[in-house]
Ligand binder design. Structure first.
Ligand code: KG4
Ligand code: ZN
Length: 349
């Protein structure tokens, strides 16, 4: 079964064609990074206007890259939410029109479930349940126990900032640009991760929730204090090495907190067969390495996966197609041609 999927929940316009949930025939992503770098973050109205401009060209490019005609497509899928409502509308309206004009079943996808299914893409074998999943993105940060397809138990979530949001805000404080994740990792490679003692926040004993706002504030005070102590006129005068040391210490602290919570959950649920990372921050090399090392030391061997390639970590339509395929397989009669999907910001797993 070939599914054409559309993702426009934030600042990437993406279309993909995926066969049977795993084989990616095309995954075209038009990123708005350069546009949002000008404002240091996503302005929803600007993002939506860009989606309008890019939607049809990306769709055309995707069908061309997949070497597909409309006759080769069996269903259309789209991210229904959560996300920026004005961005979601562009994707859902496009999918509605395709479903109507091409008479194709329409499959709505919850965005985080899309990230979760990114670990099915380009795999020879299907992951085995139950799976413990850490989804780490700009907008969400959850620890999930997945017992079967679309059977999710949320063990914990962020009480304030998500990890990716913390990366973005700290990068902004340090004047490193947008998006923060890759920028922080790059400069952190030149820094001493022991230079600053930043707070590792674990909340109440046994809690699987996350909190990164205190860490972000601690970074902000380190910068403010440095500026005051050295009588600098602005952030621009802060030396490169100070930024590198602070970025490295921040990255280490974030990775430590995320990987410790993941390990704690893995120990509490010994029945798990696999552990997955998903979402934009799963692209982080240090997070992958530290999790690999901690999981290898667990008493029971568990398979550890993160998305097969970097474009599957951040927002992309291939993951939406994968989630749509397994959703369709569960109850095919639920999804009808000529459907109309209304986007929503409050769509939980
Ligand atoms: O999943 P995603 O594309 O969007 C949301 O659904 O939110 O995640 C974007 C987030 C951004 O906050 C970005 O800074 C972060 O993923 N990110 C990274 C890396 N690459 C992207 N964070 C840490 N290290 C990276 N290499
Ligand atoms: Zn996302």
């Amino acid at each position: 079964m070939r599914i054409l999927a559309i993702e426009t929940s934030c600042d990437e316009t993406s279309c993909a064609v995926v066969e049977d949930g795993r084989k990616v025939l095309a995954n075209v992503i038009s990123s708005q990074i350069d546009l949002h770098a000008l404002t240091g973050g996503v302005v929803p109205e600007v993002a939506a206007r860009e989606h309008v401009l890019k939607m049809v060209p990306v769709l055309d490019e995707c069908l061309g890259a997949a070497k597909c005609d409309w006759a080769d497509i069996d269903a259309v899928a789209v991210t229904q939410g959560p996300g920026l409502i004005s961005s979601l509308i562009i994707g859902t309206e496009t999918a509605n029109v395709i479903s109507y004009v091409k008479n194709l079943p329409l499959i709505p996808v919850q965005h985080i479930s899309g990230h979760i299914y990114s670990n099915w893409l380009e795999r020879d074998t299907e992951p085995e349940f139950p799976i413990l999943i850490l989804t780490v993105s700009g907008g969400h940060n959850d620890l999930i126990l997945m017992k079967d397809h679309f059977n999710f138990e949320t063990l914990g979530e962020t009480r304030d900032d998500a990890a990716g949001e913390a990366f973005d805000k700290v990068a902004r404080i340090l004047g490193l640009g947008y998006p923060g994740g890759p920028a922080i990792s790059k400069i952190a490679a030149e820094g001493n991760d022991k230079a600053f003692k930043l707070p590792e926040i674990y909340l109440e004993k046994g809690s699987f929730d996350f909190s990164f706002s205190g860490l972000k504030t601690a970074v902000m005070y380190e910068v403010k204090n440095y500026i005051k102590a050295h009588k600098l006129k602005s952030e621009e005068e802060i030396p490169h090495q100070f930024k590198a040391d602070l970025a490295a210490s921040f990255e280490k602290t974030t990775v430590e907190t995320l990987s410790e919570k993941l390990k704690m959950a893995a120990e509490k649920f010994p029945e798990i067969k696999e552990i997955h990372l998903a979402g934009g921050v799963s692209a982080n090399r240090r997070l992958r390495e530290v999790c690999t090392a901690k999981i290898a030391k667990m008493s029971k061997p568990v398979k550890f996966r993160y998305p097969a390639s970097i474009p599957f970590c951040t927002d992309n339509a291939a993951m939406v197609a994968a989630a749509a395929y397994y959703s369709y397989k569960k109850s095919p009669s639920k999804f009808k041609p000529k459907s109309n999907i209304i986007p929503t910001t409050s769509f939980s797993l």
